[in-house]
Design a protein around this ligand. Structure first.
Ligand SMILES: [Ca+2]
Length: 510
């Protein structure tokens, strides 16, 4: 594989190295993780293919008593049933426009928020018997029989993107100067080529990158200097189908001992973590899987999948409606949401419902999450037929799906997007914040969008780069020096890969 631009792959000497999930954290680890406890994980045998639980213990000293904490905590990780969504005849919907029956949209009324009802699903109890992979695969077979087709054969298989939004309750620091109306983006090197369905990207200290493969379930480490790829291991239980598989990955700032991953299993989407031991032989560097959160609805489309640690140290996840758009307004479902949880999968302190990991709702399919320098959370979202969205995420916000798409129908009742695009021009997956702008990877749009920010508002119209040059773009992550890595997605079944696809590019931006 050709590896070029070595100088660009190296981080500046002495610069603080940031690590983390598919979306970057502004300000570096010290700022955002000082309050976090170390990830707790017992030593477990490597290679064991079973799901294992770690007893929950508070990650920090108990908060002072108050109205919120006096309330008994509810277990909110529901084992959402793996019932299958409506039949989808138009192909997948990482593209933005595929899985809704034609015809006029019916305006629906949603019932008020319900308390968890045990009849609707089984709460996930943290201490539970180990679930064998074979059992999971068997369960998967049941689900697959009824999923939507996601062959991407429909016109314009657009990919979705989601990005985490910042903690709405955080107090932003003084706003910097607005980003210039016009910027630039120049590809300065190709870090890796020949990747199979790359999805999540997590930089490590020293400049190496971890990248997940959606379809194979593998996590690879890409050497920053040589571009050499080393297989860390295969995440057990991945049931890749359509847009589902091994999706986002994130590495907390605790010494890079643990990799978090969002994956589609036979029965759900879930977030897991595994010990990472790069000194072990290639392919055997991942420890046993510990399930952090399960019960996120799965489908062949709209699986969401982006995870990232926020400036508050909590873990955020963007999910999708799995093709069942009614889930997005159902706050008992984890589908069509942005979730916020502790590193152990418990509801984060200050969530809208203290017993729930749900942070915002009314989303269709969120695959991009990123925080700006003031800690605001931004998220990208696939639209259906008309409008993809970039949203500024506020805690407890309702972003409208399926009642509203883009700014249409958002008036007053829902939070309207900050920007919107026609689905053939974006279909956004990952986002990052760098040099004062949000950068958004377009799948169907096959371009990188720059949205210059002036605080919480756009400073100018979005600007497109790389249009048609590298094909579908899946993931964008900020480097420590404010430039970007961009991951292409030509091997995802909807592209036209050439011999070098898929690639990780290094860009200089302004
Ligand atoms: Ca919306």
């Amino acid at each position: 594989m050709a590896v070029t631009g070595a100088a660009d792959r190296k981080r500046p000497d002495g610069a603080p190295l940031r690590r983390g999930g598919s979306a970057r954290r502004p300000g570096g680890p010290a700022q955002f993780h000082a309050a976090r406890g170390a990830v707790r994980c017992r030593s477990v045998p490597f290679g064991a293919v079973r799901y294992r639980s770690v007893p929950f213990r508070p990650a920090s000293p108990p908060p002072p008593p108050g109205p919120a904490t006096a309330r008994p905590a509810l277990r909110v990780r529901w084992g959402v049933s793996a019932s299958v969504g409506k039949a989808c005849t138009l192909g997948g919907a990482e593209s933005s426009s595929r899985c809704r029956p034609s015809g006029r949209r019916q305006r629906r009324r949603f019932p008020p928020r319900r308390r968890p009802d045990p009849r609707r699903g089984q709460p996930v109890v943290r201490r539970r018997p180990a679930v064998t992979v074979s059992a999971a695969l068997a369960a998967a077979a049941l689900v697959f029989t009824a999923g939507c087709s996601s062959d991407g054969g429909g016109a314009g298989g657009a990919a979705g993107s989601a990005s985490p939004t910042s903690e709405g309750s955080s107090t932003p620091s003084a706003s910097p100067s607005p980003a210039p109306a016009k910027g630039s983006a120049k590809v300065t090197g190709t870090v890796a080529t020949g990747l199979d369905t790359p999805w999540g990207l997590a930089p490590l200290s020293g400049g190496d990158l971890l990248v997940s493969s959606r379809d194979s379930g593998k996590i690879l480490r890409v050497d920053a200097g040589s571009g050499k790829k080393t297989e860390a291991g295969t995440v057990p239980g991945v049931a890749a189908e359509g847009e589902g598989g091994l999706l986002g990955i994130a590495v907390p700032d605790d010494g890079e001992k643990m990799i978090y991953a969002y994956l589609t299993t036979a029965s759900d989407n879930r977030i897991v973590r595994m010990l990472y031991s790069p000194d072990r032989p290639a392919g055997k560097q991942l420890g046993a899987v510990d399930t952090v959160l399960r019960g996120i609805p799965r489908g062949t489309i709209h699986n969401g999948g982006r995870i990232a640690f926020g400036p508050d140290g909590d873990l955020y996840a963007g999910t999708g409606d799995s093709g069942r758009e009614g889930l997005s307004q159902d706050r008992d479902s984890l589908g069509g949401k942005i979730l916020r949880m502790t590193e152990d999968g418990e509801p984060a302190k200050g969530n809208p419902d203290p017993g729930s990991v749900v942070y915002s709702w009314g989303h269709r399919n969120v695959q991009g999450l990123a925080w700006d320098a003031q800690g605001r959370l931004w998220a990208s979202e696939f639209g259906q037929h008309t409008w993809d969205e970039l949203n500024l995420i506020e805690k407890g916000g309702n972003y409208g799906w399926p009642e509203a798409e883009g700014r249409d129908g958002s008036g007053g009742e829902f939070t309207a997007p900050v920007e919107q695009w026609r689905t053939d021009q974006a279909s956004p997956s990952g986002i990052a914040v760098a040099k004062g702008s949000v950068w958004m990877a377009g799948l169907r749009g096959e371009r990188l969008w720059r949205i210059p920010l002036d605080g919480a508002r756009p400073a100018a119209d979005p600007q497109a780069f790389l249009e048609g040059e590298y094909g579908r773009l899946r993931t964008v992550v900020a480097t420590d020096d404010g430039d970007l890595w961009v991951v292409t997605s030509e091997t995802d079944g909807r592209g036209s890969p050439d011999g070098d696809d898929d690639r990780i590019l290094r860009l200089e931006v302004s």
